[in-house]
Design a protein around this ligand. Structure first.
Ligand SMILES: [Zn+2]
Length: 265
């Protein structure tokens, strides 16, 4: 089939030569693909802003038999998160979510759950908040997306049942052991692992039962969100063998503006 057609999200671009770029897309039908966008580096490119991070597109890519990379033949922007002026924090978090999707998905491996998660995230980012409100909102959204991405890829441990005694943990505090990816109840756990408070358990429950915009709009205790971040960040580093590149710069940028760091119990 020479043409790949369908809905896609732009994840990132690389410079190929003086006029062209290589663009990485997460498509609904084909999963992650890379293609050359001819002339995309020119000021008056026919693709306009289609290759900004997390832009939602109708995409056509022409694939010539035997060629390593296809060529973008047409883009139609369905939704751009930058319409109506770029918001600094929206731009930053769009790039962060793109890196997350890029790192956790494989080439040519379609995943409709992740595609729908990305679209719902894009929808949640379409909000008119000032910077002060936007940062905690986007941080809550980031924890939501991280937890869901880990869950969809099978890395999120079930905290509903103790891995050793099989007791229902309910709302009681538990401890999470990263290397074995297990959660133990208070009776079975030792001092190792990471403590997850009952309040954090409730937040995790909300993440997996609410729409991202609904979850992000809920003003939670910042310590609880910090606690969730301890879990998601450690799981991400564990599975990628390194942190996401955009994680530390975001933390640096928003330092002092939002959540206080979580302290171990
Ligand atoms: Zn137990």
């Amino acid at each position: 089939m020479p043409f790949l057609n369908g809905e896609a999200l732009t994840l990132r671009t690389y410079d190929l030569d003086e006029a062209d770029k290589i663009v990485v897309f997460f498509t609904q039908r084909y999963g992650k693909i890379r293609a050359v966008a001819p002339g995309a580096k020119r000021t008056r490119s026919r693709f306009g802003s289609a290759f900004e991070p997390l832009t939602y597109l109708q995409l056509s890519v022409y694939e010539k038999e035997g060629a390593e990379l296809g060529r973008v033949s047409h883009t139609d922007i369905l939704y751009s998160p930058y319409t109506g002026g770029g918001h600094l924090y929206r731009t930053i978090y769009c790039s962060y979510f793109c890196e997350l999707i890029n790192e956790f998905t494989q080439a040519r491996d379609a995943n409709d759950h992740i595609f729908r998660l990305a679209l719902a995230t894009l929808q949640a980012l379409d909000t008119q908040l000032d910077d002060e409100a936007m940062i905690p909102y986007a941080e809550r959204l980031a924890r939501y997306v991280e937890a869901w991405m880990l869950k969809l890829e099978g890395y999120w441990p079930s905290s509903a049942v103790c891995a050793r005694c099989q007791a229902n943990t309910g709302a009681e505090p538990v401890r999470f052991y990263l290397n074995s990816a297990t959660v133990l109840c208070r009776r079975c756990s030792d001092k190792g692992g990471l403590a997850i408070s009952s309040e954090a358990q409730a937040v995790i429950h909300d993440i997996f039962h609410q729409h991202p915009a609904e979850f992000a709009a809920e003003p939670l205790n910042s310590a609880r969100i910090g606690e969730i971040e301890q879990i998601t960040h450690r799981l991400i580093v564990h599975h990628l063998d390194r942190p996401l590149k955009s994680h530390a710069p975001i933390k640096q940028l928003i330092k002092g503006v939002k959540v206080s760091p979580w302290q171990p119990h």
